[in-house]
Design a protein around this ligand. Sequence first.
Ligand code: DLL
Length: 435
Amino acid sequence: MAKIWNEEIECMSLEDMKKLQSERLVKQVKHVYENVPYYKDLMDKKGVKPEDIQSVDDLHKLPFLTKADLRDAYPYGLLAKPLSECVRIQSTSGTTGKRVVAFYTQNDIDLWEDCCARAITAVGGTEEDVCQVCYGYGLFTGGPGLNGGSHKVGCLTLPMSSGNTERQIQFMCDLESTILCCTPSYAAYIGETLHDMGYTPDDIKLKAGIFGAEPWTEEMRRSIEKSLGIKAYDIYGLTETSGPGVSFECEEQTGMHINEDHFIPEIIDPETGEVLPDGTVGELVFTSITKEAFPLLRYRTRDLCVLSRKKCSCGRTLIKMSKPMGRSDDMLIIRGVNVFPSQIETVLIEQGYTPNYLIEVDRKNNTDTLDVNVEMTAEQSAEDAAAIQEREKQLAVAMKTMLGINPKVHLVAPKSITRSEGKAVRVIDKRKLHD
Ligand code: DLL
């Protein structure tokens, strides 16, 4: 059986897990009601009192919390502990609107790092490993979270942060890193640079990667696994719920086990808020039942996925979530059709292109336009103009089959699309500029 960080919890029976969740939920609701006037107000408006919540079966009675609430309550409105008991903040990049600022007590940090330690153990990490962390450090939760998890496991930790890719590879070779933690788009870039520097996967000791913080496809997984000679595992989380480690993949690589002893998941219909049964696609909602400083109840993530209690061969009983297809607000509506960037990525890699692409959406003469710029490999770019035009046509047909609408495909020169060292920007929606 796989090595497990906390077997008692990770392999707990459903009955015992529900009991544990219920105990923690009852306590948490009371804590929040008594210490967070903003959420007390929401509960009062909905006519729910802490006594109404006796077990996880009562969860649906609580009001939802949304990103808009976080903005309204910024910065201290959802804090449930005195600032004097908080030891850290982390924050989102805040490209649109106000940043989300999350607060942690020392206990919150310990539990968060524990979740990340579970993720590292699940990919085979032990104190024998060298764990190279190339998520950004600082306000972003990726670096600090995996760094803490790596320490807990006892790995030799390389706190690289992102960027300076040649140096990353030099360290990887010299210090014989065995586990790589970064975004999948950065992992692809590291793989590309490794080859450009004249190395092959045989020259490095990496065995596993823990990649998350952005949506990525199965095709992208295979492409990274090949270029780095590793197994690539998914990890999920968000600043609002502490950071990475809310869920993680095991050796089965068929979805991410959710750390249910800390986060109770629900899937809801994003339109009506109705709770949906396991196996149905919907919006993921989390209730943190152990966090002290910033405990969000029924927080709507806007991430779309499916939950499953199918038995897992690794021995863990923790519920699994599928790869998020992206946020509901990342979905592009083009000429009335729903398009996820991940669908375009799937087609590209299947057709032998690299995952270097940029999607541009615009509105011309009252019609939405979709342009997909795709980088060619060096061999493809050596072909004559007619062959390249033919490639563009073929790619457009394959995308039309996947998306149901006609894109315009532009094959562009190798290395002309900016590489990502963190979360990749894949879409420019110019329609927003005109609105
Ligand atoms: O991205 C935390 C994180 C760091 C997760 C490192 C994994 C690894 P935020 O910046 O707050 O936090 O962004 C959270 O990123 O709601 C999802 O939309 C997306 N996301 C995170 N992990 C995945 C994943 C971090 N594995 C938002 N697959 C979430 C798809 C993901 N999307």
